[in-house]
Design a protein around this ligand. Structure first.
Ligand code: ATP
Ligand code: MG
Length: 184
């Protein structure tokens, strides 16, 4: 029997979207699956999770965490705001997206995590329709997890399991800075 793959989305303003995806990734790896975790925001991964996944990956190569390079870096104050630079960034984003499509379509993985992909869409680096097409066209058994605030309705409609993390409170609001092992 072919078990159809599932699409999960972790969204909302509370903490836990990325770490829940990583928890599921580790669970899938423990189950013998092949797992690829792609990062859509440069530097979004913290030392702790990189080290953990790289250590697991070094055991048998079945789990990999991969940053998208400069493909989906957002505008910051240092960026010269000119047309040429904008085109350059769009080109990098397109190349990075081509890599994502190639990996998703490859049949090399049982689970692909697109961490912070919702941000990339929200900030206009990526079209919702392109992501929706990839989800629809993916290999039948492939599971996918999408994370990040502001999940678009079209993707929520396509997904099987959607969790909205609700911000009740966060230590940061009291001025407590990011903690080792909790935040990074
Ligand atoms: P985590 O990676 O801990 O699961 P997340 O993926 O849900 O968090 P993001 O929106 O990706 O959250 O933000 C990443 C970082 O910002 C994390 O270190 C997290 O602790 C922190 N963070 C998340 N939500 C809040 C919040 N509401 N206020 C302040 N900091 C937050
Ligand atoms: Mg996150």
């Amino acid at each position: 029997m072919t078990e159809k793959g599932l699409v999960l989305i972790n969204t909302g303003t509370g903490k836990g979207k990325t770490t829940a995806a990583l928890g599921t990734a580790v669970r899938a790896w423990g189950d013998g699956q092949r797992v690829l975790i792609l990062q859509f925001i440069k530097g979004a991964w913290k030392y702790g999770e990189l080290k953990a996944i790289e250590t697991l990956g070094s055991i048998d190569g079945r789990i990999e965490i991969r940053p998208m390079g400069d493909g989906f870096v957002f505008h910051n104050k240092k960026d010269p705001d000119n047309e040429e630079r904008l085109q350059e960034k769009k080109e990098l984003a397109r190349k990075a997206w081509d890599m994502v499509k190639k990996e998703v379509m490859s049949d090399n993985w049982d689970l692909v995590v697109l961490d912070e992909v919702n941000y990339a869409i929200h900030f206009g680096m990526l079209d919702t329709a392109e992501v929706a097409d990839l989800i629809r066209n993916r290999p039948e058994k492939l599971n996918m997890i999408l994370t990040g605030r502001y999940a678009p309705q079209e993707l929520i409609d396509l997904a099987d399991t959607v969790t909205e993390m609700t911000l009740v409170k966060h230590a940061f609001q009291k001025g407590i800075r990011a903690r080792r092992g909790i935040e990074f």
